[in-house]
Design a protein. Structure first.
Lengths: 361, 255, 197
């Protein structure tokens, strides 16, 4: 008798498990917080010009500012928004912005998924991963940083990508985008990354810096701001190639090296399109400001705990800080993502994102 | 009768497993975001899919071989050092503090320091070795010391040869300590070895797959690989315990 | 070769256990050492077996000797069976059949393949006695070998020992006078102050 009981309970459990599992695919995303839906501007007119600073609707002037929580990675991709951060502190922005500068991308990703952040500056491929893994709940609104990778050397032998043939290159980022970017660059210039060069991947940029300080003819690939810090500590190191420029030179599909993008949660975007557009235009202004007034911007960069001002001052001009939206964004990004996808589909989340990934205001 | 009892025993185990799986399923539906907590069926499906690829098995072999190697090295060296410490006071006094330090140092410190000297590929050998060595040393030494002095006296009087002494008197005394050290050490070395692979980014290893799953938010794969690690750890422990059982029976045989 | 103890002294902390002890043991005979508890019997034989060192005095006649012993505690390998325990101390000439035969003489034949830990106190004792008898030796030392045996069994084992030790030099530590008689041994009495031969 006891045996039958055990068997029945067993069978019941298994049936429940299997039965339950089927439904999971249609599980719904958690609803966003209530606060945002209080003020929902009516989308009667479409605003094509992103430079406009004021919301297009005069009829529904927001009675109160809404809160937008924005996250950024501590690094070059955060520098472009320092003016927005400054204005937000002084309450001069369209809405209330709270910024979180995170040390690692995981924190931002988790926050976006859970709904703790509304907008975030993340690495380009991560945006695609999140889009895929959340089944379209994350959209990209703009590119904020193009290429930050540079080939540096302590000698004077590299003047073109072809010169890298037969050499040893030290780099970081094994199994991640720098590797794929470099591989693409090499193959597009007729160099086999496996056979024609030796690429030694280290875990930390400091290890690469150490090698550069010892050897007289070492070649390395590093991202900003490490290039700047290494050069500040070792005057024998010079920039040989700008990876982004070299990519653009051989690019046939309008793609570029895209390092950082700004993403927004889809349901937040749908509920607060006006506010998001406002933020984006403020960002455009901020990016221009950072590129034009490097000194002032560096002070802000240090103030908001991103980098030391001295490093920022040298690095900003080399970080390709920008804000590109719309079709140009889509063109540059989709090409870059395709290159990544060709080398490792996992790097973009398993498949290339569809049209609805790109938010074109 | 025995068959029914066996059925009941396994039946209960399966029931318990189903209970926890159900709980997991419920939790994942509460969280309702696969990317944060993947549900069990999806994970099992992913596991099934992964197990079809050759690289899956190659990865398992990569990590297992290294961690097991580390464990075996610790076993051999640990036993040797224990025997030497038993015979020589000086050796014991020299070795003992080193063992204490290794035991007290956090795994992460070892990993970071080790990466300076060795290639990340072989990191897990060193780390699992370091985890297990002090354990084996301490336990085996204790076991040898716990040998019945009276039996040793008897052996001295009867002038029993040293190899008979070892198999009939020392080994049976040491075996319980050995078993205890092994069962604890096995769990340790797996956990520490995989952690080393994750922190050290050893390509081709299970740890690397975990890191990659985290990097690209492949939550199902993350859970799937974790299950793989758990299964291997359990299997490995069972295997070693079986092997020890064999020695145990023979360990008592003087001829 | 006469076994002799000359001016043997041994002290443990404050306790002078043996003081200038002089004994000559008779060759080829059973020497029964008797005395009250604490008088030093076990200490004496521990010194003879070279398990502890005396403070002063000499032992003659034991150099290079092989000793077989029955200890106060059984000192058997618990997880091995009775047969294997005997085989552990004997050489290959003592075959299984020989051991079986001995076991029969002391009533242990049914238990020869049982692990020793499963045997009763009296059975274990008998195993240790057989072990001492069968092991190759120049001297057999037995420390209270019949302890824990009931009347009937004791008679049987004592007779076994008597027969088996004919012509051998044996030193037996005992409390009981009747054992001395049954074994046909020489009595050596140890007392507190007077330590006669």
């Amino acid at each position: 008798m006891k045996n039958i009981k055990v068997f029945l309970t067993l069978a019941l459990c298994i049936v429940m498990l299997v039965g339950c599992a089927k439904d999971n695919k249609t599980g719904e995303v958690q609803p966003t917080q209530d606060k945002e839906s209080i003020i929902t501007p009516e989308p009667t007119e479409e605003v094509k010009d992103p430079v406009s600073d004021t919301p297009a609707e005069e009829e529904t002037v927001p009675a109160e500012k809404i809160d937008i929580r924005i996250a950024a990675l501590k690094g070059p991709t955060a520098m472009g928004m320092v003016q927005v951060m400054d204005h937000a502190k002084k309450q001069e922005t369209t809405n209330n912005y709270t910024f979180t500068i995170a040390g690692a991308a995981d924190e931002i990703s988790a926050g976006l998924i859970k709904g703790d952040f509304d907008i975030a500056a993340v690495p380009c491929n991560l945006a695609s991963v999140l889009y895929n893994k959340t089944e379209g709940q994350i959209n990209v609104a703009g590119i904020n940083t193009l290429g930050v990778l540079y080939i540096v050397e302590t000698g004077d032998t590299i003047h073109s990508v072809a010169d890298l043939k037969g050499k040893t290159i030290y780099s970081t980022g094994l199994g991640t985008t720098p590797q794929y970017t470099l591989n693409y660059l090499l193959t597009s210039n007729g160099i086999d990354p496996e056979k024609d060069v030796t690429i030694e991947y280290k875990t930390e940029p400091t290890e690469v810096a150490a090698i550069l300080s010892e050897a007289t003819d070492a070649i390395a690939m590093l991202p900003q701001p490490y290039v700047t810090t290494v050069m500040m500590n070792n005057d024998r190191v010079k920039i040989a190639l700008n990876v982004a420029d070299e990519w653009d030179a051989i690019s046939t599909d309008g793609s570029s090296v895209v390092t950082g993008v700004v993403v927004v949660r889809k349901d937040f975007l749908e509920a607060n399109k006006e506010a998001v557009d406002a933020f984006l235009s403020e960002y455009v202004a901020s990016a221009s400001f950072v590129n034009e007034s490097v000194e002032e911007a560096s002070v802000l960069v240090e103030q908001f705990d991103i980098f030391k001002a001295a490093v920022a001052k040298k690095a900003i001009p080399l970080c390709n800080i920008t804000f590109i939206q719309g079709d140009e964004m889509k063109e540059k990004m989709s090409g870059y993502l395709t290159t990544l996808f060709d080398q490792n589909p996992k790097a973009v989340g398993g498949k290339l994102p569809a049209e609805d990934f790109y938010y074109i205001p | 009768m025995k068959f029914r009892r066996q059925c009941k025993k396994y039946g209960v185990k399966i029931l318990v497993l189903c209970f926890w799986l159900l709980l997991w399923e419920i939790l994942s539906r509460v969280v309702n975001k696969e990317i944060l907590l993947a549900p069990p069926i999806a994970v099992i499906q992913t596991l099934g899919r992964l197990s079809m690829s050759l690289s899956f098995w190659q990865t398992i072999l990569f990590s297992s071989a290294r961690i097991i190697l580390g464990f075996l090295l610790a076993l051999i060296l640990g036993i040797a050092m224990a025997i030497l410490s038993y015979r020589s006071r000086i050796f014991f006094e020299l070795i003992s503090p080193m063992m204490k330090v290794i035991k007290a140092t956090p795994v992460a410190s070892f990993i970071i320091l080790a990466l300076i000297w060795i290639h990340s590929k072989n990191l897990s050998i060193l780390i699992s070795f370091l985890m297990v060595l002090p354990l084996i040393f301490t336990n085996i030494l204790q076991g040898i010391r716990s040998t019945d002095g009276k039996l040793l006296q008897m052996a001295k009087v009867f002038k029993i040869s040293w190899n008979k002494k070892i198999t009939a008197i020392y080994v049976p005394a040491v075996i319980p300590y050995f078993i205890s050290a092994c069962s604890v050490g096995l769990g340790f070395c797996w956990k520490a070895g995989i952690a080393a692979e994750v922190i050290g980014l050893s390509t081709g290893s299970i740890g690397w797959r975990l890191y990659e799953a985290k990097l690209y938010w492949m939550t199902k794969e993350l859970f799937a690989w974790t299950i793989v690690i758990i299964i291997i750890s359990i299997l490995f422990e069972k295997l070693v315990m079986q092997l020890i059982k064999l020695i145990d029976i023979r360990g008592g045989d003087p001829q | 070769m006469k076994i002799q103890v000359v001016d043997l002294s041994k002290r443990f902390d404050q306790n002078q256990v043996l003081k200038n002890l002089n004994i000559t043991f008779t060759d080829g005979k059973v020497n029964c050492v008797m005395g009250v508890s604490g008088v030093g019997k076990t200490t004496l034989i521990n010194i003879l077996m070279d398990l502890i060192k005396q403070d002063t005095g000499e032992i003659h006649g034991l150099k290079g000797s092989q000793i077989a012993a029955v200890f106060q505690e059984d000192r058997l390998i618990e997880h091995l069976d009775a047969m294997k325990n005997i085989q552990l101390v004997c050489d290959k000439t003592i075959t299984e059949e020989v051991i079986e035969q001995e076991f029969r003489l002391v009533g242990l034949e049914e238990y020869k393949n049982k692990p020793v830990r499963e045997l009763s106190g009296g059975m274990k004792r008998r195993v240790t006695v057989v072990r001492a008898i069968l092991a190759k030796s120049d001297l057999i030392i037995m420390d209270e070998p019949f302890k824990g045996l009931d009347e009937k069994l004791k008679k049987q084992v004592m007779e076994y020992v008597r027969i088996r030790t004919i012509g051998k030099t044996v030193i037996i530590v005992t409390h009981e006078k009747d054992e001395v008689q049954a074994l046909g041994g020489e009595l050596i009495l140890l007392t507190q102050d007077k330590k006669p031969e």
